[in-house]
Design a protein around this ligand. Structure first.
Ligand code: PLP
Length: 397
């Protein structure tokens, strides 16, 4: 089955499955003092050291969570609460208009329920943050800003964000920066310390590990107010018994993804190039969304995102699914109605073209056959989806 939805989740690496399988049979709470507990603790700490080394962090920076959503929630809520506790006038949170809902929705909640003022800086047509708009917001009243959060790379269109510049703007005013690096880790050269960010979200299932485990990396001075209170695990920032097999799987997957990253990116990026060319050859009016510069400085190597004029993305997805091809639409379904993606709207797309979009994301298991299957199926699928959309429009008029 051509699986082209690696950005949603990617198959587990055999190394991660083997490491987890070996661990499942072992008992031990990593907080227990007896031998079994100490054995579990050793496994956790070795995994933590390995993850930290691969991400350019210190082991003590790594706080395990249940994944990207929890890390993002902990970052924005925890940082906001800790800043407001220190200085009640620091209520502004700056972010971009293309963040994942795991970040956007806690921000909206903070604005609605906790007195935060959330400001979203726009992006250009490629989906890259407008740095001037961000700088303007910082200069407006830097003393009122609790934190800045800008993702490392976008999950829909794959655009890599100018994080270095964001950090340098923020550092001038001593404002903490968080980044959602969920799509970047495993694909890009992510170095936590070198990046200068204060907090970073990571998720294991996007890089070949299991779902339900991830981490937030926290710099020395960063102490978010916890979301979970209890046993005081993970620097008292994230209580809860540690999931030892999942942590081992996370470490093994990150190790595997780091080892073959350069070779894999070259292969995946070549396949992505063939996919773009193939789709263009079958559907001449297709629009490639995101950065047309396919270099990984600008765009994730696995991402191809298109709008198909005259189609509904959902219909197209189901037509491809019927041919065994699995991909994703850019739109979210709300009450049975496809909502255009906020990311594409922020990039200047109109609602119809945003709704006509599909994301193909490749990964470590992708093959030339997967690409060939899409190229074969896409022309007839687009014709049928256009027909269906035309019929739908006629019926409504
Ligand atoms: N942030 C980004 C950019 C993502 O792509 C995702 C997953 O789609 C998440 C956060 C949420 O991560 P998780 O599935 O681990 O909760």
């Amino acid at each position: 089955m051509p699986y082209l939805d690696h950005a949603a989740t990617t198959p587990m690496r055999p190394e991660a499955i083997a490491a987890m399988s070996a661990q499942f049979g072992d008992v031990g709470n990593a907080s227990s003092l007896h031998a079994a507990g100490r054995r579990a603790r050793r496994v956790v700490e070795e995994s933590r050291e390995s993850i930290a080394a691969l991400l350019g962090a210190r082991p003590s920076d790594v706080v395990f969570t249940a994944g990207g959503t929890e890390s993002d929630n902990l970052a924005v809520k925890g940082l906001y609460w800790s800043q407001v506790a220190k200085d009640p006038s620091r209520r502004r949170l700056l972010t971009s208009s293309i963040e994942h809902h795991a970040l956007l929705d806690p921000l909206i909640w903070l604005a609605q329920d906790e007195g935060a003022e959330v400001v979203q800086a726009g992006v250009d047509r490629r989906g890259r943050l407008d740095l001037d708009a961000l700088a303007e917001q910082i200069d407006l009243d830097s003393g009122s800003i609790a934190a800045i959060s800008v993702m490392w790379a976008n999950n829909e269109v794959g655009t890599v964000q100018p994080l270095e510049q964001v950090v340098s703007l923020a550092q001038r005013h001593g404002i903490p920066v968080h980044t959602d690096a969920v799509q970047a880790v495993g694909q890009l050269d992510v170095d936590f310390s070198a990046s200068g960010v204060d907090a970073m979200s990571v998720s294991a299932h996007k890089l070949g590990g299991p779902t339900g485990i991830g981490a937030i990396l926290l710099g020395r001075e960063i102490e978010p107010v916890p979301l979970l209170h209890g046993g005081g695990q993970e620097r008292d920032v994230r209580s809860g018994t540690l999931d030892v097999p999942a942590i081992v799987g996370f470490a093994a997957a990150l190790d595997a993804a780091s080892r073959d990253r350069i070779e894999r990116n070259a292969r995946v990026s070549a396949l992505r190039g063939a996919l773009i060319e193939g789709v263009r050859s079958q559907v001449p009016d297709v629009v490639l969304n995101g950065d047309e510069r396919l270099d990984e400085a600008f765009r994730l190597p696995n991402n191809a995102h298109f709008s198909f004029p005259g189609c509904e993305g959902d219909a197209l997805l189901l037509l491809l699914d019927a041919k065994g091809i699995e991909c994703s639409t850019g739109s979210a379904c709300s009450a049975g109605i496809a909502q255009p993606s906020h990311v594409l709207l922020a990039m200047g797309a109109d609602a119809a073209s945003a709704r006509s979009s599909l994301r193909f994301s490749l990964g470590w298991t992708s093959t030339p056959e997967d690409v060939a299957a899409v190229v074969t199926a896409i022309g007839p699928a687009v014709e049928r989806a256009q027909l269906a959309a035309g019929v739908g429009r006629q019926a409504r008029s």
